[in-house]
Design a binder for this molecule. Sequence first.
Ligand code: G
Ligand code: G
Ligand code: MN
Ligand code: NA
Length: 250
Amino acid sequence: RNMERDLRTALDRPGELEVHYQPLIRATDGTISGFEALLRWHHPVQGSIPPAAFIPVAEETGLILRLGAWVLQQVCTDTRGWLVETVAVNASMVELQDVHYAARVEKILLENGMAPHRLELEITESAFCERATDCEKNITHLRQLGVKFALDDFGTGFSSLGRLHSLHAERLKIDRSFVAGFGTDKGDEAIVQAIVDLAQAVGMMTTAEGVETSEQRDLLAAMGCDQLQGFLLSRPLPAREIEQLLRARS
Ligand code: G
Ligand code: G
Ligand code: MN
Ligand code: NA
């Protein structure tokens, strides 16, 4: 496929690839606790291609392993001087099922002097883990290093309470579709409150995704949600702009 070929080219000449960072905000005081790294691809002919279009191709072709390593390397370089608690990086289930994944992550962190506890891996359970043992070995290895885990897009797809328990993730990221229903759908408010209560009961932190209005922000804070993320607070921005933002705040 053309996209596969173009993605290989982008990986060999990575000027086309860029990592953007979206601030993660403490609900209690509005301060920045971290960032989520989001990959961007500026195709020389087609322009910007969204991850939803190329990540699945990268997963099918195995290129996701190189792409993920490239993102993590870039994150280590970009965030070196950023005084924040965590940098969240999306990890594909394809990466987690690769026998060498944890060792590769460990090597990149070590080579770049990035403390493992600063890294939070966001996992989306888009499908059942086919190679559950390899997956569990990677997670155990990474946990031992101090890497944290977040369950992304929680409440949609395949995430289940059973999986939640076995992953021992530190954080639940509440899918933005529930936040979008605030004000029009009482059911969505009840679901988010239930997720926050559930997370608190099992000692997990919560992040609400897709916060676009001050009403949503205030309601989520009142519900006891720990962390907020969304266009109201900031769009994902290039590293250079994040540095300006951090300087302005300090
Ligand atoms: O940035 P945007 O909202 O377009 O991202 C869409 C999806 O792409 C998100 O669900 C996000 O998890 C995924 N994504 C973005 N960057 C990465 C990445 O570096 N690795 C993986 N595996 N997924 C990513
Ligand atoms: O699935 P994941 O949570 O990794 O997806 C993150 C994606 O959500 C990013 O691509 C980012 O651009 C997008 N995003 C972040 N904030 C908002 C928001 O407030 N509204 C919407 N619609 N999308 C958002
Ligand atoms: Mn995510
Ligand atoms: Na995701």
